[in-house]
Design a protein around this ligand. Structure first.
Ligand code: C2E
Ligand code: CA
Ligand code: CA
Length: 735
């Protein structure tokens, strides 16, 4: 019981009935009820108690009479051994200095429990003036000690958190001086220790933040809201490097509401920011060229339009499409194609100014956004430079390639006022540029929309042409000069498109190639040509060879050899009567790979002809290594053979060259007696052209094969006399 026990009633001093004040009694009462023990002890080794108050029992568990004169136990014994020396020293030091002492130590109670006590005392001298006793007071302070310990433990724990946290933790003045910083913060900011950081960083707004306004914003939020959350900024590290951090902080306020200091945490988010930036870059840039991609392009056009509106300028969107890129990519492989695209990206970049953009739209399509344009002439001069730059020869691994591109241009404001409209118009103009001969540019005009929708319509109808059985094969005979006999025929496809009549191959083969439809279409014509030739043979006609044109796309397609073999087998045609034509420019693109594929075809037993010879850049040595049977001189050389000495020389050279390599030479586009005479004279082996016959349907071809008497009487005659006849000669249809 710790409570004060009231003394027995003896009245109060102030009342009339009061008993006289008995001080001794009063003191005894107090002494006996005191929580703690009043004592007097001797200054000996075991602190022999001469008097202890009643509180002794509560404090030590011993009755006063057990302790006094060490009747049962000495106080010195009761003190824990490990504390005795310290207690003794403290007391003696104080006594010598003639001072009171305070000392805290532990005692072992009678019940075996250890308690913390505080002893407070003073020395007392005997009659001789010698220090002989101590008088004092001892109280139990175990609870206070335990509370202290808890507090210390908590402080230790918080300290450890602070010291070992991975987040930087700080306290700063609102003005920007550090009051406190943990090791993590020092580490993040590149200082050797928190102290070094505190010493060095004394002006946070200017020394730390890359943009001092960020600090201003931070302080503003702190003043207004008392907290900031996920506050991201760039800061300078001690070594000058810039990093990204995010802060969470709060303002600690005084009782009067004024800000005392800021405290908060800092996390280094540089890596995350870099990662985010990389992701964003990847999402907005083309991985091959590093140029802006489609989505960023739209933003750029949008921005350019916004600016042009304010400044009253023009924006030009130029759609740049490489000519024949597909061919290079398909025949030389993607590695060469990729290098070419990189080269083109560099060349385009070199043509524009800093505020313009070059983007890759996909494939071989680039888009250039020209800003701050004043008139069309300015645009034309840039595009002219661009065409010039692209048409420079490109050398890759020792091979030289000629490049060109077609450019379609649309302008803000007249052609549209949003990115999609401008891109659509530029695309349409680009198709027009391609159609008008490539390596040129074309501005958008409203009529182009019509052309574009027609093209789209054509593409759409082409997709169904095969299943709707709309293709027809025409045949053009090849005549052997020596015998004057038809020795072969070239299968030439036509498309009988409902509502549009007979469409010539030049109008749809490029679309078929672009869309990949050339594969099934090519397969169909192979089968049809083989079937037809076999049918003619079965009908007892003199066997002739049939030539089928192959697109480079088909040639690259893995299934080509199989599909040729299949067409032959299905038709039951001897491979010796099938010839495959490949254009020279294609053959030369990737000579080695094509050679391998040609060998595989050759193994089937078919013939191979190099078509449009003279237009590519064949090297003789290559030609020698190819398993080629025929060279077909391009008709552009034959046309002026009798008037242009250059063409004449070229044709003579090709004939000589072909013969030197043991090849048959065929002239295409033979239209006049003069052509015939020249070619005969120079030993050309075979001839093909309107002079003998235009391409005709199978029935017409058959009639030709049966001989002049059954044929369209004019087809093997001169062109002048050629008229429409039973053979269904193409002239009627095309002219
Ligand atoms: P090509 O292989 O060079 O075919 C010869 C072209 O010259 C044919 O045009 C033919 O009609 C034309 N021609 C023939 N004799 C004369 C002449 O005396 N004077 C003139 N000016 N032209 C003559 P066509 O049939 O319009 O074919 C054009 C091109 O389309 C062909 O050129 C060929 O590259 C391609 N082609 C035709 N059919 C097919 C096919 O089935 N598959 C593939 N991949 N391409 C084909
Ligand atoms: Ca041909
Ligand atoms: Ca040709």
């Amino acid at each position: 019981m710790n409570r004060w026990t009231p003394p027995p009633p003896f009245g109060t001093v102030a009342t009339d009935t009061a008993a006289p004040l008995d001080i001794t009694r009063l003191l005894t009462t107090i002494t006996d009820n005191l929580v703690g023990m009043i004592y007097r002890c001797r200054i000996d080794a075991i602190w022999t108690m001469e008097y202890v108050s009643e509180g002794c029992h509560k404090l030590t568990g011993y009755r006063p009479d057990e302790l006094v004169f060490n009747n049962r136990v000495s106080y010195g014994q009761m003190t824990l051994p490990e504390d005795r020396e310290r207690v003794s020293r403290t007391i003696h030091d104080a006594l010598e200095a003639n001072q009171t002492f305070d000392v805290e130590y532990r005692i072992l109670r009678a019940d075996g429990r250890v308690r913390w006590v505080l002893e407070r005392g003073v020395g007392l001298r005997n009659a001789h003036g010698q220090l002989a006793w101590i008088e004092g007071f001892i109280q139990d302070i175990s609870e206070r000690m335990a509370a202290n310990e808890t507090l210390h433990e908590a402080v230790r724990r918080y300290r450890s958190l602070f010291e070992h946290a991975t987040e930087g933790i700080y306290q700063t003045t609102p003005e920007g001086r550090y009051l406190n910083a943990n090791p993590a913060l020092a580490r993040i900011y590149g200082h050797a220790s928190p102290n070094a950081l505190i010493a060095h960083l004394h002006d946070i707004p200017r020394q730390l933040y890359v943009l001092p306004e960020r600090r201003v914003e931070f302080v503003r939020l702190m003043q207004e809201q008392g907290v900031v959350r996920n506050f991201e900024s760039q800061v300078y590290r001690h070594d000058g490097r810039i990093i990204w951090i995010t802060e969470n902080a709060r303002a600690v306020k005084n009782a009067d509401g004024s800000v005392q200091f800021f405290e908060g945490t800092v996390v280094d988010i540089t890596e995350r920011k870099q990662h985010d930036a990389e992701l964003e870059y990847q999402a907005s840039h083309d991985s091959l060229t590093g140029l802006p991609n489609r989505s960023l392009l739209r933003d750029r056009i949008e921005q350019a339009i916004g600016k042009a509106r304010r400044d009253n300028h023009l924006v030009a969107v130029a759609f740049v499409d490489l000519d024949h890129f597909k061919l290079i990519n398909d025949s030389l492989g993607h590695h060469v194609g990729d290098r070419l695209l990189l080269e083109v990206a560099d060349r385009l970049m070199a043509c524009v100014r800093g505020h313009d953009s070059v983007a890759r739209q996909g494939g071989d399509e680039f888009v250039i956004v020209l800003t701050e344009q004043h008139d069309k002439n300015e645009i034309i001069s840039i595009v002219g430079r661009l065409l010039e730059a692209i048409s420079q020869p490109w050398v890759d691994e020792g091979q030289e390639y000629g490049l060109s591109c077609s450019v379609g241009i649309s302008c803000f404001p007249q052609d549209g006022d949003d990115p999609d409209a401008l891109l659509r118009c530029a695309d349409a103009a680009m198709y027009k540029a391609k159609a008008s001969g490539r390596s040129t540019y074309h501005f958008f005009t409203p009529e182009l929309n019509q052309a574009i929708s027609e093209r789209l319509e054509l593409e759409n109808s082409l997709r169904h042409a095969l299943e709707r059985d709309e293709f027809i094969v025409y045949y053009q005979p090849r005549i052997e000069v020596a015998s004057g006999r038809i020795v072969g025929t070239e299968a030439l496809i036509r498309w009988n498109c409902p509502g549009k009549g007979l469409i010539p191959p030049d109008s749809f083969i490029p679309i078929a190639e672009e869309t990949g439809l050339i594969i099934p279409i090519g397969q169909w014509i192979l089968q049809e040509a083989c079937r037809q030739n076999s049918a003619w043979q079965s009908a007892g006609l003199l066997p002739i060879s049939i030539s089928v044109n192959l697109s480079p796309i088909q040639f690259r397609h893995a299934g080509l050899v199989d599909s040729v073999a299949e067409a032959l087998a299905q038709a039951g045609l001897d491979p010796a009567y099938l010839e495959l034509e490949l254009t020279e420019s294609f053959v030369m693109q990737d000579a080695e790979r094509i050679n391998v594929a040609m060998q595989a075809l050759k193994k089937l037993g078919v013939d191979i002809a190099v078509d449009d010879f003279g237009t590519g850049y064949s090297s003789l040595s290559y030609l020698k290594r190819f398993p080629v049977d025929r060279l077909k001189i391009d008709k552009s050389f034959v046309r002026d053979i009798d008037t242009d000495p250059d063409d004449a020389a070229i044709v003579r050279a090709i004939i000589t060259l072909g013969h030197a390599l043991g090849l048959k030479v065929v002239a295409e586009g033979v239209e006049t007696p003069a052509h015939l005479e020249f070619l005969q004279r120079h030993g050309c082996d075979e001839l093909q052209g309107y002079y003998f016959s235009r391409p005709v349907p199978a029935a017409g071809m058959e009639a030709l094969m049966r001989g002049p008497e059954n044929a369209c009487c004019h087809c093997l005659a001169t062109l002048d006399t050629h008229t429409a006849s039973a053979c269904g000669c193409e002239e009627q249809i095309f002219e």
